[in-house]
Design a protein around this ligand. Structure first.
Ligand code: UDP
Length: 245
């Protein structure tokens, strides 16, 4: 490979990108803001144009998280609330799909809960085939099971689709010793190992997701998607954010 080719070719052949629901809404707001969705879609398109296969796991927290009903509303069983959260991820996935298709990307939404009218069922081999054909696969409805989050879904899908890395897009630059939005003196970690994340209880992803990644040696990059171009930089293996391996 020439130096020029090495510069334009992505390091990662296949990635799973975890987008939280809040990445589809304006800071501090709920719901979907299509300008935010368009911004992130343009970044994903650029990443695919580099030759990287991209599967996106959508969160649903901009609409609903199951845990918010815990003990507050006895009329809604906690499991039901989690199913509602999974349905929220499908709403986000459909918004992202249209935004991506609008700018010329080929996409498929695959749902872990069967929803034949709006999405394909998630089937690992079929998802892999879509990715090989350059389609962006948007993975909706998390794992299809309650009591976990889409971080766990992202970790599972990254493993089963044999992604090179799990890219966790956030609104901060990476992992800090404390919440940098609350403590400006929080220490930034450019590199971490899974054991440290678990032992120090660092807020990266939920603990099930971290354990899955650690046990299966799936590296995770936590980075700031708000900096324009960072999704492309991430798939090209540029040094940014916090890499956990
Ligand atoms: N959820 C679930 N099982 C899954 C994935 C998600 O029950 O496999 C529910 C859970 O209640 C979660 C909600 O869906 O809170 C929305 O997902 P998440 O909180 O991960 O969204 P994000 O924080 O990434 O926006």
């Amino acid at each position: 490979m020439t130096a020029a080719a090495a510069e334009t070719n992505p390091i990662y052949r296949r990635v799973v990108l975890k987008l939280s629901g809040e990445s589809l809404s304006r800071a501090g707001e709920h719901g979907i803001n299509m300008e935010e969705v368009a911004d992130i879609s343009r970044q994903i398109k650029l990443a695919v144009e580099q030759g990287c296969q991209v599967a996106v796991v959508c969160g649903g927290g901009n609409i609903l998280r199951g845990a918010q009903f815990k003990e507050k509303n006895v009329a809604i069983h906690e499991a039901t609330a989690h199913y509602m959260g999974m349905l929220a991820t499908v709403i986000n996935a459909l918004a992202l799909q249209d935004a991506l298709e609008c700018i010329g990307c080929q996409t498929r939404v695959m749902s872990a809960i069967r929803m034949d009218g709006v999405a394909e069922p998630y089937i690992r081999r079929r998802a892999s085939r879509h990715l090989e054909k350059g389609r962006i696969v948007i993975l909706a409805a998390g794992t299809g099971s309650p009591y976990v989050t889409t971080d766990t879904a992202a970790a599972q899908r990254a493993m089963e689709l044999e992604a090179d890395i799990l890219l966790k897009a956030t609104r901060v630059d990476g992992v800090y010793s404390e919440d940098p939005e609350k403590n400006p003196h929080a220490v930034f970690y450019p590199e971490l190992d899974f054991q440290t994340v678990i032992e120090q209880g660092l807020r990266v992803m939920d603990s099930t997701a971290i354990s899955h990644c650690m046990e299966n040696k799936m590296p995770v990059l936590v980075f700031n998607y708000k900096t324009n171009g960072n999704i492309v930089r991430a798939v090209q293996g540029e040094k940014l954010g916090t890499r956990i391996s």
